[in-house]
Design a protein around this ligand. Structure first.
Ligand code: FAD
Ligand code: DLZ
Ligand code: SF4
Length: 516
């Protein structure tokens, strides 16, 4: 009697729940390159190459470890193109009597999975994904009865549950839960970014790069140079490099941005955490050890561990708690189409040009670029949530809906009406100027508040507050800002509206493009 163990492209962990229970003698492991998965949105070319190459390397590791693997390549003429079609074919081919699979990271795949037993005609065991620190039941219990689901309180529970950075008496190491106030430094003017490790493509990756180049030429993004790790030992090298060379400065410069320095001190490990090459626990263990051995300060290590056991687990909890309705949220009734420059990087706004062109090159942008540049613009300009979601899920190598959607609808554009954020992350040009060197050469002047040369973020910020007053007026955290707005003269408010209208008209006409 054989079981079919189905391993999805973001479940590449040897210790995954379905593999752990496998009988190597009899069971067959199925992995499928599915055209439906590669095209349900037009993923960045590098993201597709990363997913497929990592899958092929993982299949080889499984074979070396003694598993029987049925691996279906994208260009296999018999490939039906879908998870369901390929699972059905493999079950019939191997006469499997049962399917075992770990729950997926996306709602649409969960719906598919729930139909498999009927569709395929054998029992399907859907196992808990225990790579996460917080399971669904724990998150639901935490959320139950709370008026507000704030990350900070969830994070403290996760600190207590895991014991990371906790003293024996139950208090947080360093006397505080959170060192955020130490983590907002601007980079010095003469700053040289640290050299970051990249991973040279091997024969498997080169074959995948050819496939992607031929098949997905019309997708967004630069395929080469390809820099991502695609196997576990390289992902571990990426983690070591971060811990040794970047973690000590990670905290202080976490929110900083710099032209032509896309990576700074960030870990660059989200693609590996999200596809299973690394586990959250081993990553936090490594950071905690660096602190214990005196190699990294508390503000850096606490800041990093908070991203993993706090934010990452929290967004997953919110996703599964609130889906499927969460995807339909549009609290601010935003309906402007996504401007073309999100795909071309052709805009005169230097901050957006940097964040988008780096996204195009690397399939990566760091958190503040995603939140306070591309996200902030989408919020202030009232871009339709579906368009914003489609962009973010397509363009980043680490993007899967469970993590991307709450960050987009919840954090960046306030489409969820405040389930995640206590107020919209709206900011004028002053914030971007404080945290970056983008504004120096920009065609717009960050110090100007009105007129054709003013930084668009400056008037779009106030225009956003005026346009959304009904939806936001009862938000206590915006009280002071609305009082400032009320002190403005009618003439100033009219000027803001007129600048914003002109900006949006030229945006619609496609005129906000790079000067020749
Ligand atoms: P670091 O800055 O080094 O942080 C360490 C790790 O913490 C990350 O690898 C990541 O696993 C985790 N982390 C940090 N912040 C978050 C967060 N807000 N939510 C979840 N995990 C977090 N992250 C994704 O993994 N996939 C996405 O599709 C994604 N989409 C985003 C969309 C928007 C609009 C925003 C604002 C953020 C998004 N993030 C997403 C979160 C965050 O930007 C990335 O995790 C981070 O930039 C990845 O780079 P890094 O590995 O260098 O992170
Ligand atoms: C993102 C992605 C892509 C591009 N291609 C595949 C694929 O060919 N085969 C596969 O198993 N997984 C792929 N993935 C990841 C899946 O979309 C992911 O497993 C689901 O979104 C569930 O989280
Ligand atoms: Fe961006 Fe405004 Fe600065 Fe230009 S001036 S880089 S548009 S914040």
């Amino acid at each position: 009697m054989s079981d079919m163990i189905f391993v999805l492209g973001d479940q590449l962990s040897m210790s995954g729940a379905a593999l752990r229970a496998a009988d190597k003698e009899n069971d067959v492991v199925l992995m499928v390159e599915a055209s439906d998965e590669t095209t349900y949105v037009r993923h960045h070319k590098k993201k597709i190459a990363f997913v497929l190459s990592a899958m092929r390397h993982f299949a080889d590791d499984l074979k070396k470890a003694g598993y029987t693997v049925e691996y279906v390549k994208l260009d296999d003429p018999d490939n039906t193109g879908s998870f369901t079609g390929e699972l059905k074919r493999a079950v019939q081919k191997h006469k499997a009597e049962r399917v075992r699979v770990v729950e997926p990271g996306e709602w649409r795949v969960r719906e598919m999975m729930d139909g498999w037993a009927d569709e395929i005609g054998v029992p399907v065991d859907i196992l808990t994904d225990d790579r996460f620190v917080c399971d669904h039941e724990t998150f639901e219990a935490w959320a139950d009865g709370r008026k507000q689901l704030r990350m900070e309180y969830f994070y403290r529970d996760m600190r207590r549950q895991t014991g990371y950075l906790m003293d024996e008496d139950g208090s947080p190491t360093g006397g505080q839960w959170n060192f955020d106030h130490d983590n907002r430094e601007r980079l010095p003017d003469d700053f040289e970014p640290p050299k970051r490790e990249s991973f040279k493509p091997d024969a498997i990756t080169n074959e995948v790069l050819d496939l992607v180049s031929n098949r997905f030429d019309n997708h967004f993004g630069d395929l080469e140079p390809f820099w991502l790790a695609v196997k576990r030992d390289d992902a571990l090298k990426a983690l070591d490099h971060f811990i040794e060379d970047c973690l000590p400065d990670f905290g202080a410069y976490q929110d900083a941005m710099k032209k032509d320095a896309p990576f700074l001190f960030h870990s660059l490990i989200s693609p590996y955490l999200n596809n299973g090459l690394l586990t959250p626990t081993e990553v936090c263990d490594a950071a905690a050890k660096a602190y214990e051995e005196g190699n990294a300060p508390i503000n850096a290590v606490e800041g990093f561990i908070r991203q993993i056991i706090g934010w990452r687990e929290y967004v997953r909890g919110i996703y599964w708690l609130k889906m499927p309705d969460y995807k339909e949220t549009n609290a601010l009734s935003a309906d402007r189409p996504l401007p073309d420059f999100y795909w071309t990087a052709e805009t005169d706004m230097d901050c957006l040009k940097s964040a988008i062109s780096e996204t195009k090159e690397n399939a990566y942008a760091h958190h503040i670029q995603r939140l306070m540049v591309t996200g902030n613009f989408a919020l202030l300009a009232g871009i339709a949530p579906d368009d914003v979601h489609d962009w973010y899920i397509s363009v980043y190598a680490d993007a899967y809906e469970w993590v991307e959607l709450p960050n987009t609808h919840g954090m960046a554009i306030f489409a969820d009406g405040g389930i995640m954020a206590s107020k919209p992350y709206a900011a004028s040009g002053a914030y971007i100027n404080r945290m970056s060197d983008y504004c120096g050469d920009c065609r717009y002047k960050v110090s100007k508040k009105e007129g054709p040369d003013a930084c668009p973020f400056n008037y779009l910020y106030w225009n956003f507050l005026m346009e959304n007053r009904e939806a936001l007026k009862s938000n206590h955290r915006l009280g002071m800002i609305y009082r400032s707005l009320d002190k403005m003269t009618d003439a100033r408010k009219a000027q803001i509206r007129s600048d914003a209208d002109q900006f949006f008209s030229s945006l619609e006409a496609g005129e906000v493009v790079a000067s020749a």
